[in-house]
Design a protein around this ligand. Structure first.
Ligand SMILES: [Zn+2]
Length: 216
């Protein structure tokens, strides 16, 4: 099950290596792992930042053996003007996923943080909407909200996703949008048109579970 989230956020390959910090002197097992591409030596070329008093190294923890990109950096946003470092999981205030088709309707699931956790709202638009699409708003606990942002950033590496996933030239198909709102009016938007990030299925499952709406 752990493998589900062990994929390159750029190309989707699960053929990845994990960085290790120290050189493993004369350790046959480690040499074997190095040769097999399961681990890769760290290079200490990334700085660390302080996030609310905790020191967080900014380097990637994984390397993709397929596209050779490094990934799984900590989900830290550094303000370019002030240099202040914040963890995305602390500053996200709402997460909104919309999925739709060229001819069909749209489904939007929004999860908005509030004092006791977050409010989950499902709205379905389009010609084929039925009574079972009318979902009551649902309050989730702070623990469930935390699990959501942990999954998005800690496991799916959302901060490393491309902004657009598009296969051009297809007229009919699925469009989607994932919108992240943060404190201080900050926002991130991820769009797709017949193309999807590596964790697409997992993302849909997360939203289905949190909303109780299983028709995404
Ligand atoms: Zn890759």
């Amino acid at each position: 099950m752990g493998r589900t989230y062990n994929r390159c956020p750029r190309c989707g390959s699960s053929n990845t290596a994990t960085f290790i910090d120290r050189y493993p002197f004369h350790d046959d097992e480690m040499k074997q792992k190095l040769n097999s591409g399961k681990v890769v030596l760290g290079e200490c070329r990334y700085p660390a930042v302080s996030v609310e008093g905790a020191i967080v190294p900014l380097g990637p923890t994984k390397r993709c053996n397929a596209c050779k990109k490094d990934f799984a950096t900590p989900p830290i946003l550094i303000d370019s003007k002030t240099g202040v470092a914040e963890d995305y999981r602390d500053i996200v205030t709402s997460v909104i996923l919309s999925v739709g088709g060229f001819r069909g309707g749209w489904t939007e699931i929004s999860v908005k943080k509030n004092k006791s956790g977050a409010m989950v709202c499902v709205s379905v638009m389009g010609p084929a909407v039925s009574e079972e699409d009318m979902m009551p708003d649902r309050q989730i606990s702070a623990k469930e909200w935390k699990r959501l942002v942990d999954t998005l950033y800690g496991k799916m590496n959302l901060h490393e996703w491309k902004k657009k996933y598009v296969i051009p030239g297809v007229l009919e198909g699925t469009q989607w949008k994932l919108e992240i709102k943060m404190t201080k009016g900050r926002k991130r938007t991820y769009l797709g048109d017949n193309d999807y990030p590596p964790y697409w299925r997992a993302l849909l499952k997360v939203f289905e579970e949190i909303s109780g709406y299983a028709k995404l």
